[in-house]
Write a protein that binds this ligand. Structure first.
Ligand code: 1HE
Length: 264
């Protein structure tokens, strides 16, 4: 068996790693083995790719925590499990390569927490978002109270958790749970396209977006502005930045697409 244990698929497309939750018979529910397989896939993606996409095989992205496994755990095992999710998802959120999630069907509980750890989320028209922890008698444990609450706001998250509300793909996009909304079946292709675009950036710029931006959100404005200056100086001091700046000035770089000029 590979390190991804048959529970996660791994494929390279150019510079982009495609990581698939491959447990469709259980709606890609996340067990301890799935978390370890995901960790192995993250390690491999970091070594082999410049960007990565995570998606779900079957009809749903992910139905969250494996409830069958969870029900057997005592409090100590449960807290250790939650902390392990935090470690693994942090390697996506604040790692070395950008991650894009392609969302369809259920993006529920821990599935939403996983998606919230990626930098870019693409939802297709079938995607729906829910946090049924309240109905299951538990609480979020995969970083949702931090990451998902920041994306949609604590009031919307409280509503989802208290009332069992299921948000549609359109609502999810409006609430900030996905930055892109595409037609049914088109999320993976769009996610790969976006990941390939991120792979073209200077690695140090991507590193700054992944590691400085979320930390600056946790700082006071003054500290954030100071860290921003340090990070931007570090990034612009690299030979790659110098070459990219010169390429623009010498008209060797592609200019931005100006909206309105596209159709011409
Ligand atoms: C599961 C899980 C699961 C499905 N753990 N086995 N998550 C939830 O509360 C969501 C629970 N799941 C559902 O509401 C539905 O399964 C779905 C809406 C996602 C999909 O419905 P459907 O009709 O496609 O599938 P199904 O018939 O409900 O489920 C198919 C199988 O997957 C079935 O097993 P089978 O052996 O009877 O075939 C289900 O039991 C199994 N299955 N979801 C285990 N989650 C770190 S804290 C995070 C806390 C949470 O994530 S709480 C939210 C948990």
């Amino acid at each position: 068996m590979s390190a991804t244990d048959g529970l996660i698929s791994f494929e390279m497309r150019g510079a982009v790693a495609l990581v698939g939750l491959a447990r469709p018979d259980k709606r890609n529910a996340i067990s301890d083995r799935v978390i370890e397989a995901l960790d192995a896939a993250i390690t491999r993606a970091r070594a082999e790719a410049r960007a990565a996409v995570i998606f779900g095989h079957g009809k749903h992205f992910c139905a969250g925590l494996d409830l069958g496994e969870h029900v057997e755990k005592d409090a100590m095992q449960a807290v250790q499990g939650s902390r392990r999710w935090h470690e693994v998802f942090a390697r996506i959120e604040r790692g070395t390569i950008p991650w894009v999630s392609a969302l369809h069907g259920a993006v529920v509980g821990g599935g939403l927490e996983l998606a919230a750890s990626t930098q870019i989320r693409v939802a297709d028209a079938t995607a729906f978002f829910a946090l049924p922890e309240g109905q299951r008698g538990i609480f979020v444990g995969g970083g949702g109270s931090v990451r998902a609450a920041r994306l949609m706001g604590a009031a919307r998250m409280a509503d989802l958790m208290l009332t069992g509300r299921v948000a549609s793909a359109e609502e999810g996009e409006r609430w900030g749970l996905a930055q892109y909304l595409v037609a049914e079946g088109a999320a993976l292709e769009k996610a790969v396209e976006l990941a390939a675009a991120t792979a073209e950036n200077a690695p140090m710029s991507n590193y700054a977006v992944l590691n400085a931006l979320p930390r600056i959100q946790d700082m006071s404005s003054e500290d954030g502005l100071f860290v921003e200056s340090l990070m931007s100086t570090l990034a612009s001091g690299t030979p790659e930045a110098q070459e990219r700046l010169r390429a623009f000035l010498e008209k060797r770089a592609k200019r931005l697409d100006i909206p309105g000029e596209r159709a011409r």
